[in-house]
Design a protein around this ligand. Structure first.
Ligand code: ADP
Ligand code: MG
Length: 395
């Protein structure tokens, strides 16, 4: 049996018109002799009647804080609704589909509600359905805890469902269908002439995903890499070949593969007015579970960034331990990614020149073997990404 996992995102299942295209993709897989396992997200994006955010707005903040198990059950409803609606669309086309929750599909997790980790996948029921010639339609983004409660896998978790089912079923391929042609050199909403990357390695795409490109969840990339399952990103709304992700990718001429970014960063500068607190600051932040990055340590100053949602907690800590600090809110961490930049001189210089030309102040930089990061104020993000995209001829 040639198994294909096809995951459809929020936009793909949002309207009757789009769902017709979803059915077409599934039909094509069947015609090609594949046994498809379908994974679906909740219908539509923020604001849509059954989108995750809308469901969350049904209850108040106090209840949310105190009832994580109930909230996961609430959040899981969006994907469950999608499974039934898509099953009807398939039914109308004489395709026998069976809607399932993540738990019914065999996905077992721990009970870390809202961000549960997958412990095990038992694909017996899916295999049984496939053997009967049926098309399982699985609710993405969810599993079941050992106690039998519904758990959710964190935002973007339907990609993880697709990847983990692909691994458990030893699928020929996992296809992630979304509303763009594949992985592009930059988010097409930010750079209008961003181009499609047809082939990319797991390592590079992981870096993209991890550094803010929403198009695929980094865990989904990790799982597919680990189990060696080809991962393809495709557009439900077009017939484009999409982006194929694999271990080996032929050399291209370009040093830079693409650019992505993360919003909502805050740059912090701490001075050593209280030597003892200054020295133990990073330990204290680790204990308080505040993660930091872009860390530069000087004899009398430490500079780093935190997520916006940690800022008030950070301020409390700084007050408590009596440390002087300044911060710049609303920063973006731009990541310029390319596995071939290692050892090539002048890349950082080129980046800084392009940003200076645009009169964009660079607040901090960092680099690793395949990524260079620049921190800028968020009001400059779009201009900065466009300038860099142009500088490296990615359009
Ligand atoms: P889905 O609901 O299908 O999971 P997402 O919104 O999670 O879709 O991901 C698709 C979106 O990712 C695109 O609409 C696009 O704006 C965004 N995106 C960000 N960076 C990139 C990139 N480098 N290439 C393609 N899309 C990107
Ligand atoms: Mg997504």
């Amino acid at each position: 049996m040639k198994i294909l996992v096809q995951k459809f995102g929020g936009t793909s299942v949002s309207s009757e018109e789009n769902r017709k295209l979803v059915v077409k993709k599934i039909k094509t897989a069947l015609e090609q002799g594949y046994s498809p396992v379908v994974v679906v997200s909740a219908m539509g994006r923020k604001g849509a009647p059954y989108a995750t955010d809308t469901l969350l707005s049904l209850v108040g903040e106090n209840f949310k804080r105190n009832n994580p198990q109930a909230i996961d059950l609430l959040m899981g409803c969006g994907e469950i609704l999608s499974t039934v609606v898509i099953s009807e669309d398939l039914f109308k086309d004489n395709i026998l589909a069976v809607p399932l929750t993540g738990g019914q599909a065999g996905i077992k997790t721990n009970d870390n509600y809202n961000n549960a980790a997958i412990l095990e996948v038992k694909p017996d029921k899916l295999l049984e359905l496939l053997n009967q010639g049926k098309v399982p339609v699985v609710a993405g983004f969810q599993g079941v805890s050992e106690m039998g409660f519904l758990t959710t896998l964190g935002r973007g978790g339907s990609d993880v469902t697709g990847a983990i089912l692909g691994a458990a079923l030893k699928a020929d391929e996992v296809q992630i269908y979304t509303d763009v042609d594949g992985i592009m050199t930059a988010d097409p909403r930010i750079v209008s002439d961003a181009t499609l990357i047809q082939n990319i390695s797991y390592d590079e795409v992981f870096q993209f995903a991890d550094q803010g490109a929403k198009v695929i969840h980094p865990r989904a990339v990790e799982i597919s890499r680990k189990y060696n399952i080809p991962l393809v990103i495709k557009n439900t709304l077009s017939d484009c070949e999409g982006t194929t992700i694999s271990h080996y990718v032929e050399d291209s001429d370009s040093i830079i593969t693409g650019i992505t970014h993360m919003n909502d960063r805050v740059q912090i500068r701490v001075s050593d007015n209280n030597q003892q607190a200054y020295e133990s600051l990073f330990d204290i932040l680790a204990e308080e579970k505040i993660s930091i990055d872009l860390i530069n340590v000087f004899p009398k100053e430490k500079i780093f960034t935190i997520a916006s949602y940690d800022l008030s907690k950070f301020k409390e800590i700084a007050n408590r331990i009596n440390l002087n600090c300044n911060h710049i809110e609303s920063c973006s961490k731009i990541a310029i990614i390319g596995s071939k930049m290692r050892g090539i001189p002048g890349v950082m210089a080129k980046i800084l020149k392009a940003l200076t030309r645009e009169k964009i102040e660079v607040l901090q930089t960092a680099d690793s073997h395949m990524t260079i990061w620049c921190l800028v104020e968020s009001k400059n993000t779009q201009r900065a990404i466009n300038a860099l995209h142009k500088e490296f001829n990615l359009g």
